[in-house]
Design a protein. Structure first.
Length: 313
C-alpha cells in the first residue's frame, strides 16, 4: 500500500469536527451543544485527534480551552476545510433548492406575526419560495438544515449569529365586550372579576412573563394567578381572548393589528411589562445566500415598521 492511499493519513471525521467546534467556541460544553453530543464525547474525540497528531492540541484552563501551538496551526485549516465542505453540499443539493429558503420559527410567531406578512415578501421577491417550519425545536442552522430561524430567548445560541428582531414584552388583552357592563374591566384591580388565560412554558423555550409576574408588578396579591384555562401556545390564548372568555397576556407585536382593528382591546394604558428575552433572528455565521440576505433584510424592515406602529397604539 502506497503512502498516498494510507487511510491513516486522514484522521476520523468526528474527531476533526469535535476539535474544530471546541477550538472555535473555546469550550467543550458549547461544542457538545452545537454537535448534539455529550461533553464527554467531545473530549474523547479531541483526545483521539491528539493521538493522531502526536501531541496536545488544547489546554484546559479556568477561562476555557486554550490552543497549543499545534492546535493553533490546525484550527484555521479545519475551519476552511469545513467551509469548503458546506459549499460542496450547496453544490450537491443546490439545484433543487437554489431559489428556496427554509425558515424555522416558533408556532405562535408564525401564526401571529410572520405568516400575515408573507404576502408582502412574495410580492417583492416572487422568485423566492419560502418553506416555513413552525417548531419549538431549533433547526441546525450552522449545518445548513435551515437558512434563517427566529427563537424566543436571550440569544445563547452557539455557532450562529443572533440579533434582536422584536421585543417580547407583554400586555393584557381582551375582547372589547369585557370593557362594558356591570363588571367592566377598567382598572387592573377589576381583573378579580375576570378569567385569566394562561400560556404554559415549553421545555424548549425561555421563561416568559406570566400572570403571577404581571400581578406582582402591580401589587395585586388579592387576585389568584393560578386559576384559569391554559394553552401551550400564545396564539391559542389570544384567540380565546378574542372570543371573550377572559384576559390574556400577549406580546404587543402579536396583537398590534387586532388592537388597531378593534378586534381586541388593551384595557390598561400602563399595562406593558418588559422582559429581558426577545424574539431573535438567527443566521449562520459567514456569508448568506442572496435569497437569505433578501429575506433577512425584509424581516428587519418589517420589524422596524412594526415597532413604529406599536409606539403609536
Amino acid at each position: 500500500m502506497s503512502q498516498d492511499s494510507d487511510p491513516r493519513k486522514l484522521p476520523p471525521l468526528n474527531a476533526l469536527k469535535a476539535f474544530e467546534a471546541a477550538a472555535r467556541l473555546s469550550s467543550v460544553s458549547l461544542a457538545a451543544k452545537e454537535l448534539s453530543v455529550t461533553p464527554g464525547a467531545v473530549s474523547q474525540q479531541v483526545r483521539l485527534l491528539e493521538d493522531h497528531a502526536g501531541g496536545p492540541l488544547v489546554r484546559r484552563e479556568a477561562g476555557g480551552l486554550v490552543l497549543t501551538e499545534l492546535g493553533a496551526r490546525l484550527q484555521p485549516v479545519l475551519r476552511d476545510a469545513f467551509e469548503h465542505m458546506k459549499r460542496a453540499a450547496d453544490i450537491i443539493y443546490g439545484p433543487s433548492r437554489r431559489q428556496s429558503l427554509s425558515i424555522s420559527v416558533p408556532p405562535s410567531f408564525a401564526v401571529r406575526w410572520l405568516v400575515p406578512r408573507m404576502a408582502r415578501f412574495s410580492a417583492q421577491h416572487p422568485e423566492i419560495e419560502v418553506w416555513i417550519s413552525a417548531d419549538m425545536q431549533l433547526a441546525d442552522i450552522a449545518g445548513g438544515r435551515a437558512d434563517v430561524a427566529v427563537r424566543y430567548g436571550q440569544g445563547d445560541y452557539p455557532g450562529v449569529r443572533t440579533e434582536v428582531l422584536i421585543e417580547a414584552g407583554v400586555i393584557p388583552i381582551c375582547s372589547p365586550s369585557l370593557l362594558q357592563g356591570p363588571k367592566a374591566l377598567l382598572t387592573p384591580a377589576d381583573l378579580i372579576h375576570h378569567t385569566l388565560i394562561h400560556v404554559g412554558r415549553s421545555t424548549l423555550e425561555e421563561p416568559r412573563p406570566d400572570w403571577s409576574t404581571w400581578l406582582n408588578s402591580r401589587k395585586l396579591d388579592q387576585i389568584d394567578a393560578t386559576l384559569g384555562p391554559r394553552f401551550d401556545q400564545t396564539a391559542f390564548a389570544i384567540e380565546d381572548a378574542v372570543h371573550g372568555r377572559g384576559v390574556a397576556l400577549a406580546p404587543r407585536a402579536f396583537v398590534a393589528a387586532d388592537l388597531a382593528s378593534g378586534r381586541l382591546a388593551a384595557p390598561f394604558a400602563d399595562g406593558y411589562l418588559a422582559t429581558d428575552n426577545a424574539y431573535r433572528l438567527l443566521t449562520r455565521r459567514g456569508a448568506l445566500r442572496p435569497e437569505a440576505q433578501a429575506f433577512v433584510a425584509w424581516l428587519r424592515a418589517e420589524a422596524a415598521a412594526d415597532a413604529v406602529v406599536r409606539d403609536e397604539l
